[in-house]
Write a protein that binds this ligand. Structure first.
Ligand code: UD1
Ligand code: MG
Length: 478
């Protein structure tokens, strides 16, 4: 990609007042990354010799994010927000470089590096001192408008708040992306004045100045206006997130992933999915999640940092920081918490919660169980409504279950406890002691039947009536 770029400056000092948020605007997330991370990731692709980011509001939060995403970038501190022109003055103050600088805002996360590269190439060819990237939008309100003369050349950029009714009708807007000759920009920003409705130094006024004094200014219209949308409020945040979602889903579909309903499928830009995966409606895949081929996810499933193996299926479930082995089955209504590892061909069925546990190959936890802090071997079955009692009220303890074990329904496994290979537990047992290999652990009171009890103690009820019909009598067992 282009190597014609000497410097890139990202403006990110603003508070984003219109977001009405404790979080600085550029740190709001879209598709698993902050707004500024999206911008910096695209800028990185351009391989500028130097990247500067102007920070100000909530610098202590924005600066670490910039360092994490783009370690090569340096930050410039704008202590008072006196406008985009002021921010650029500060960014240029100790800049040694000459040549071309790209300036863009930290709040336009949909811009693609390919579009920026084309803009850079067009600017280089034109030999102008400034080019501004523009777009034609359905609703231009809030943006600076591009004023052109009778020859269609740009004359000025007029901010919405300073615009006449006539200018407000213009639907070509300033995207906030510019290329400047550094020396010309330096000279022009020094002359900026605050004679506008906001009393700020507008970077946009540099365009009119350079046009008037050199004639070497151009407005270059971009093809896809959605790329240039800026985020100033929560509605625009949602609008941009939806566009990003569609873009990400499109890429996956082009790569062979079936997405039944792309409008309700939210996939972070960091997620990896192989071809021939099927994703059902209302599903969200977040963070470092990876899904191997032939797997089926959803409907109504959320996976956060989950590794899904080949051919696995996850239905109506919520899983975090877990591994789901190939051909395993999860759901419906299953909750896999951090540290869950399901080996191949295993099962975590309906209404099952598992955390910090390993379930061996082919083992099953089919119904209504809680598994916490356990290691389960292979080929084992955990009966319905089993609870791994891992918490004694103060500390957590582990349970070890061997291979080919049969845990009876409604067993309480009071940890720390071990059940050996091939062992059984009787249904309804409260297992507090280890069960050796091949043994059955029975830990429940022996059943006794008190004959005639219902007829004596519940006479006149429908039960007593039914019992009498079946031949039971009051005298039985008394
Ligand atoms: C700006 C442009 C407008 C354009 C729009 C595109 C100006 C005067 N207006 O308006 O023509 O259509 O972007 O999205 O430039 N910032 C600083 N320091 C400041 C002020 C702003 O770093 O003192 C940063 C902000 O953090 C933001 C960017 O500059 O990332 C743009 O500022 P913002 O307040 O969003 O300007 P807009 O009103 O959107
Ligand atoms: Mg803006």
């Amino acid at each position: 990609m282009s190597s014609q770029l000497d410097v890139a400056i990202v403006l990110a000092a603003g508070e984003g007042t219109r977001m009405k948020s404790q979080t600085p605007k550029v740190l709001h997330p879209i598709a698993g990354k902050t707004i500024i991370a999206h911008v910096l990731d695209q800028v990185k692709e351009l391989k500028a010799k130097e990247v500067r980011v102007v920070v100000g509001h909530a610098r202590e939060l924005v600066e670490p994010e910039v360092k994490a995403v783009a370690p090569v970038a340096t930050t410039v501190f704008q202590s008072e927000r006196n406008g985009t022109g002021h921010a650029v003055q500060l960014a240029l103050a100790d800049l040694k470089a000459t040549g071309t600088v790209l300036i863009l805002a930290g709040d336009t996360p949909l811009l693609r590096s390919e579009t920026l590269a084309e803009f850079i190439a067009a600017h280089a060819e034109s030999k102008n001192l400034v080019s501004v990237l523009t777009s034609q939008v359905p609703d231009p309100s809030g943006y600076g408008r591009i004023v052109r003369d009778e020859t269609n050349a740009i004359v000025a950029i007029v901010e919405e708040r300073d615009a006449s009714e006539e200018i407000k009708l213009i639907d070509e807007i300033n995207t906030g992306v510019y290329l400047f000759d550094i020396a010309a920009l330096r000279e022009s920003v020094a002359k900026l004045k605050t004679d506008n409705s906001q009393g700020e130094l507008y970077l946009t006024d540099v365009i009119a100045d350079l046009k008037a004094n050199s004639g070497k200014a151009a407005a270059i219209l971009s093809y896809d206006y959605t790329e240039t949308l800026g985020i100033n409020d929560r509605s625009q945040l949602a609008e941009c997130a939806a566009i990003m979602r569609d873009r990400i889903n499109d890429q996956h579909m082009k790569a062979g992933v079936t997405i039944i309903d792309p409008t309700t499928t939210w996939i972070d830009s960091t997620v990896k999915i192989e071809s021939d995966v099927t994703i059902h409606p209302a599903t969200a895949l977040f963070g470092t999640t990876t899904v191997a081929t032939q797997a089926t996810i959803g409907p109504r499933t959320t996976l956060n940092n989950v590794i899904v193996g080949m051919g696995a299926s996850v239905i109506e479930s919520n899983c975090t920081d877990s591994e789901i082995g190939s051909e395993s089955k999860v759901g419906p209504y299953t909750f896999l918490r951090a540290g869950t590892k399901l080996a191949a061909k295993s099962k975590a069925g309906a209404y099952v919660e598992i955390k910090n546990s390993t379930v061996g190959e082919g083992s099953k936890v089919p119904h209504l169980s809680y598994v916490g802090d356990a290691t389960i071997g292979s080929g084992t079955n955990i009966g319905a409504a089993t609870v791994f009692v891992n918490y004694d009220g103060v500390e957590k303890h582990r349970t070890e279950i061997g291979n080919e074990v049969r845990i009876g329904s409604d067993t309480m496994l009071v940890a720390p406890v071990t059940v050996g290979d091939g062992a059984y537990t009787a249904a309804g047992s409260i297992i507090t002691e280890n069960v050796p290999a091949g043994a059955i652990g029975v830990a429940r009171a022996k059943q006794r039947n008190i004959l005639g009890w219902v007829l004596r103690k519940r006479s006149g009820t429908k039960s007593a009536e039914a019992a009498a019909k079946a031949g039971a009598t009051e005298e039985q067992g008394s």
